[in-house]
Design a protein around this ligand. Structure first.
Ligand code: R5P
Length: 291
């Protein structure tokens, strides 16, 4: 088996290669003067299984992924497993209004063209797995995030909305502390409203855990609520750190003590790797990998 890391997903690919003891595939990436992407596979992969690791975000990375899949397929790979550490467009998982595209389905169907299996990490909603026309699995980054937070003496975990409640519950169980959740209303893409709620956070070290930090609005409002209620320190942790626009500045201005994300999108805040969660899922699925 070979592992191929996309141009911006090297950390996970290298960690997976070490953990599964499988080599990285030789590959050349470049961009033409007009910015179009070019990929060339260097090793002979005829009859080999290949794991392609590529975050499908932003748009450019989706094109890269489709071209990488085409090259691997055409080079004669026997089985292609696509690892999508972050599956962009997964939040548009249904028609919210008539006439809209179901973006997650459209992207999933194209990725399925040259894939035998897909694995993604903490998709916003699990049902998006059904949009792939090949077997698709998800794994969770809660455990490595909770492991990182254990070092921070966290004594309270907060979910910024009901959708993140189960994640917070699971993390709190692993950290061995209490958890609660907030009620959030999204006004538009950039604005959210948090309904004030009495939390047992006074004098405590709190971690707010969510799947995605995008504009940072959800986390910023949650930090403010916690600080108002006398929380001692507030850590924000997410699986997918998109950090759009001034998200980091907003979080710091709200007096956040630390920002933590995983390497599904590689940034300066990628303090936790999801490689082990992916490797565990690969080993559980029928991929014939001997570790
Ligand atoms: C939405 O329900 C997600 O779980 C996140 O809470 C959301 O994507 C965060 O977005 P933002 O950082 O823009 O508030």
């Amino acid at each position: 088996m070979y592992i191929l890391g996309g141009a911006s997903t090297k950390n996970i690919a290298e960690n997976l290669s070490k953990r599964l003891r499988q080599p990285l595939l030789g590959v050349i990436y470049k961009r033409f003067p007009d910015d179009e992407f070019y990929v060339r596979i260097l090793d002979d992969i005829t009859g080999q299984d290949v794991l392609i690791v590529q975050t499908a975000y932003p748009d450019q990375k989706i094109i890269e992924l489709l071209l990488i899949q085409d090259a691997v397929y055409d080079a004669g790979a026997k089985k292609i497993t696509v690892i999508l550490p972050y599956f962009g467009y997964s939040r548009q998982d249904k028609k919210f209004e008539e006439g809209e595209a179901i973006s997650a389905r459209a992207i999933a169907q194209h990725i399925s063209l040259h894939a035998d299996c897909v694995i993604t990490v903490d998709p916003h909603k699990l049902h998006i797995l059904k949009f792939f026309t090949v077997p698709a699995y998800s794994c969770s980054a809660v455990s490595p995030i909770a492991h990182y937070l254990t070092e921070k003496n966290i004594d309270f975990v907060l979910a910024p909305d009901k959708g993140a409640k189960e994640r917070a519950k699971e993390a709190a169980k692993l950290i061995n502390c209490e958890y609660d959740y907030l009620e959030k209303t999204r006004i538009n893409g950039n604005t959210v409203k948090i309904t004030p709620k009495k939390l047992d956070a006074h004098g405590k070290n709190v971690a707010i855990i969510d799947d995605i930090i995008s504009t940072g609005g959800t986390m910023t409002n949650s930090i403010k609520e916690l600080k108002k209620q006398g929380a001692k320190t507030v850590f924000v942790a997410c699986t997918h750190g998109l950090f759009i626009g001034g998200a980091i500045e907003k979080l710091l201005a709200a007096d956040c003590d630390e920002i933590i994300s995983t390497d599904t999108i590689e940034t300066d805040f990628s303090k936790v790797s999801v490689a082990d969660c992916i490797a565990d899922t690969l080993l559980k699925t029928d991929l014939n990998i001997k570790n």
